[in-house]
Design a protein around this ligand. Structure first.
Ligand SMILES: [Zn+2]
Ligand SMILES: [Zn+2]
Length: 133
């Protein structure tokens, strides 16, 4: 039996560009603390929390995410429940959206792992609710 890997197929909320490249989600990032622009790759594999970035992101630094295609900010006005940093948001191709904390190392989602089991289940449900048309 093979376990199917859950890949998050995400797209930009502004321009709808697909941002999942292979098993990674490509985003533009601006690291506030160090004033650096970077290409950042989140793992698109569900349950995997690795990130690749071409510059070092200090633990606890806040990263501002942008769409690499249209340059629109992905940041929300909503603060992270765990640490108060702004949340970022991406649309899921199959419907719904995923929000994640912009602070490196925070347990509030993609940059540190999905911290909330309920939210994770909602996300899984959204991903499996694929319409067959
Ligand atoms: Zn875009
Ligand atoms: Zn947080």
């Amino acid at each position: 039996m093979t376990r199917q890997m859950l890949l998050l197929e995400v797209c930009c909320p502004s321009c709808n560009a697909a941002l999942t490249e292979g098993q990674k989600v490509h985003l533009d990032a601006y690291i506030k603390d160090t004033h650096q622009e970077a290409n950042l790759y989140l793992s698109a594999v569900f349950g995997e929390y690795t990130i690749d970035c071409d510059v070092a992101i200090p633990e606890g630094a806040i990263v501002q995410f942008r769409c690499p295609v249209c340059e629109q900010s992905l940041m929300l006005e909503i603060p992270c429940r765990l640490c108060g940093a702004p949340m970022a948001s991406l649309n899921i191709v199959n419907g719904g959206s995923v929000e994640f904390c912009s602070r490196r190392g925070c347990k509030g989602h993609a940059l540190g792992g999905f911290g909330d089991v309920d939210q994770m289940m909602t996300l899984v449900n959204n991903m499996f609710r694929t319409p067959h048309d």
